[in-house]
Design a binder for this molecule. Structure first.
Ligand SMILES: [Zn+2]
Length: 248
């Protein structure tokens, strides 16, 4: 108890100040949430999601893990993503990396850390995909900073591979995908200007799938009515695969 007494005292003061500012503050929040943003960030204690984005309670849905990874077998991430997109209807999804990320640095060396090595494999995959560019950077600090950025871009791509985003991007109100990097040395949040629409369209012909019920309908009926939540899927134009092509 003693270890968190300060936390509980802070909470009392926060409740008092919020009630003093706005007596209906908690009552409003208790009635539900409609956040505009989904934040996927690193668990690092120096990257507080609300603080660096100036968002308050109710404004941003948050998922954090080591090195802000979007892993397709991570039920936690996938559940957060599905709920945020399909139930809450968030408009902007941000993958937020940060310079000085311990997870990225650990993945960039060859030491063993135990169980977490399996998680870090996802960052080593980013290294493999961008090895040529990374090897060109002779300064280790510069190389790590670039790896942090490339990791964010790849995690945005990983988002676009999920059927949750593939379906949402073909809906009437598609969410926007963003890649950002936070600098813990100066507090600045930088937009990497990842073109979420381009990322989506580059991969659509490979990752877009049809929901099972739509498939069953089309098998039973020659001319099915289009589903309200899906725009017609354009015929894919497969690009010839090139050896070593990183544009997955
Ligand atoms: Zn980190």
């Amino acid at each position: 108890m003693a270890g968190i007494s300060e936390i509980l005292e802070n909470n009392k003061q926060w409740v008092a100040s919020k009630n003093a500012e706005d007596p209906k503050f908690f009552h409003r929040l208790a009635n539900g949430q409609k956040p505009k943003y989904l934040f996927i960030g690193c668990s690092d204690s120096r990257v507080p999601a609300s603080g660096i984005t100036g968002t308050g309670p109710g404004e941003m849905f948050v998922h954090r893990n080591i090195a802000n990874l979007v892993v397709h077998t991570d039920m936690n991430l996938l559940s957060v993503l599905q709920y945020a997109v399909e139930v809450l209807g968030v408009q902007d999804i941000m993958v937020v990396g940060h310079y000085g990320c311990g997870g990225v640095a650990a993945a960039a060396n060859n030491k063993q850390y135990g169980l977490i090595d399996n998680w870090l494999v996802n960052i080593r995959d980013v290294v493999r995909l961008h090895e040529t560019e990374l090897l060109r950077l002779k300064d280790e600090e510069q190389r790590l900073r670039r790896l942090v950025e490339l990791n964010v871009v790849e995690q945005v791509r990983n988002l676009a591979k999920t059927n949750i985003i593939q379906n949402a991007m073909r809906s009437d109100n598609p969410p926007r995908l963003h890649g950002l990097v936070y600098d813990i040395a100066d507090g600045v949040l930088k937009d990497l200007n990842v073109d979420g629409d381009q990322v989506f369209t580059q991969m659509e012909h490979i990752y877009a799938t049809e929901a099972p019920e739509a498939e069953a309908t089309s098998a039973a009926t020659p001319a099915p009515a289009p589903r309200a939540d899906l725009k017609p899927t354009p015929k894919p134009t497969p690009k010839p695969a090139a050896v070593g092509d990183n544009g997955q």
